[in-house]
Design a protein around this ligand. Sequence first.
Ligand SMILES: NC(=O)c1ccc[n+]([C@@H]2O[C@H](COP(=O)([O-])OP(=O)(O)OC[C@H]3O[C@@H](n4cnc5c(N)ncnc54)[C@H](OP(=O)(O)O)[C@@H]3O)[C@@H](O)[C@H]2O)c1
Length: 182
Amino acid sequence: MLIVEGYVIVSANGMLADHHHVMPDALKFPQDQSFFGAALDRSDLIVHGRHSHEQQARSDERVRLVLTGRIEALAPDTEHPNATLWNPQGASFEEACHRAGVTSGNVAIIGGPPVYELFLDRYDIFWLSQAHNVTIEDGIGVFPQVPQLSPQQILTAHGLSKKETRVLEAAQNVDLAVWRRN
Ligand SMILES: NC(=O)c1ccc[n+]([C@@H]2O[C@H](COP(=O)([O-])OP(=O)(O)OC[C@H]3O[C@@H](n4cnc5c(N)ncnc54)[C@H](OP(=O)(O)O)[C@@H]3O)[C@@H](O)[C@H]2O)c1
């Protein structure tokens, strides 16, 4: 069985990057980054779009699927070790996981917005970190429907509920909400 989990940190207004599609330093907090790194270390497979590689010290050890429209279905990724390129138009998620050699365990979905959206009906858990003191004007929302809808409204509409909130950085008002499928 595959357990699908989403991971993101957003600003108070639901943005994960600025209008240049760059994640600003204002969204980087040690407690969140160490939570994220540890979560990826315990994941069996990481899934992300071509611009959302996590670029951490242990990244090359992690098995991953990289979404791209530049191939027809599935192909080896010559730029990253342990990585497979995947075009969802040409191959199902299950086929992609099989090609990556992962048929059970935890799958970490780490963005960007089109990839988070693709899995909205599949998340078992969505880990939503939020920096409540940070606002990014004209940024890129975690889901394409943000800011017309909040991330919380979108997760609720797709059958998830907030079960727990953990404080990550009290002084800077950063927390982590754990959303689980109902
Ligand atoms: N704050 C956070 O926690 C967080 C999390 C994730 C990302 N980010 C930031 O967000 C920014 C990246 O955003 P982005 O919008 O560029 O997203 P992205 O999803 O990383 O990259 C977009 C590219 O991925 C491929 N792709 C995505 N969905 C696809 C699909 N359904 N089918 C085929 N190909 C698909 C396409 O590649 P091709 O052009 O090759 O077809 C597309 O151009 C970065 O700055 C990153 O650091 C922040």
